[in-house]
Design a protein around this ligand. Structure first.
Ligand code: PGA
Length: 252
């Protein structure tokens, strides 16, 4: 089965109301419609999800959240449930981003529970994994990422409701990109795990690369075997850059 590429933007903790202009600009740059041959997603802060769903309209641009709680509702001040994101019109949610694993001490088990909540709410879960620089330099990258994949994969996941994102922590927001060889090797490692997991039901789940993707390197990275698109931070904040990444992907 052909895997549909996914170009996903992660705005992190950036974006006030005025940033919605970037969505209008992106739609204008893309002629009002996202390309039909792949999926395009923006994950703004939770405060902008419902507004950006309206802004995206019928353009084909999907909107997602950046995190969710593992419970559906309850006494969890400050948290957001997957069902709330769904209710606001989100189609996806990122879980287990390295910034949440580091800043909030999220474990693989918690990430797995969040991904399961996302799927139960009807969202597509983007499960993030990736090694630190110290782990890579110690030769542990494959082991660390392998354990994250094993420990974070939700029950009930399939190629439609679950996406993996490999984001080497040292490449996030640093301008340092993993080499094509390193990216291809890690994606093959993750693909092999997915082929074995869940009786093969995840064999065709998409695997995104993230970490300093920009217009000038997107095409080369996305063309790699087992790379099914990208999770893009900094370069998704400006419509011109994100649009250029979408354009670079059209020839693939
Ligand atoms: P970056 O972030 O593109 O700014 O490196 C990627 C991410 O953290 O998802």
């Amino acid at each position: 089965m052909e895997r549909r590429m996914l170009i996903a933007g992660n705005w992190k903790m950036n974006g006030l109301q005025k940033a919605r202009k970037e969505v209008a600009d992106l739609l204008a740059l893309q002629g009002g419609k996202m390309p039909s041959m792949f999926d395009v997603l923006l994950c703004p802060p939770a405060t902008l999800v419902a507004d950006m769903v309206r802004d995206a309209g019928a353009s084909g641009l999907a909107i997602g959240g950046q995190d969710c709680h593992h419970a559906d509702h309850g006494a969890h001040t400050g948290d957001i449930a997957a069902s709330m994101l769904k209710d606001a019109g989100a189609a996806y949610v990122i879980v287990g981003h390295s910034e949440r694993r580091a800043d909030h001490g999220e474990s693989n088990a918690q990430v797995k529970a969040k991904a399961e909540a996302a799927i139960a709410a009807g969202l597509i879960a983007i499960v993030c994994v990736g090694e630190t620089l110290a782990e890579r330099e110690a030769g542990q990258a494959f082991d660390v990422v392998g354990k994250q994949v094993d420990g974070s994969l939700p029950e009930g996941a399939d190629g439609q409701n679950c996406v993996l994102a490999y984001e080497p922590v040292w490449a996030i927001g640093t301008g340092k990109v993993a080499t094509p060889e390193d990216i291809a090797a890690m994606h093959a490692h993750i693909r092999a795990k997915l082929e074995k997991a869940g009786g093969g039901i995840l064999a065709n789940a998409r695997i995104l690369y993230g970490g300093s993707v920009k217009p000038s390197n997107a095409e080369q990275i996305f063309a790699l075997r087992d790379v099914d698109g990208g999770l893009i931070g900094g370069a998704s904040l400006k419509a011109a850059d994100f649009s250029a990444i979408i354009d670079a992907s059209k020839s693939l």
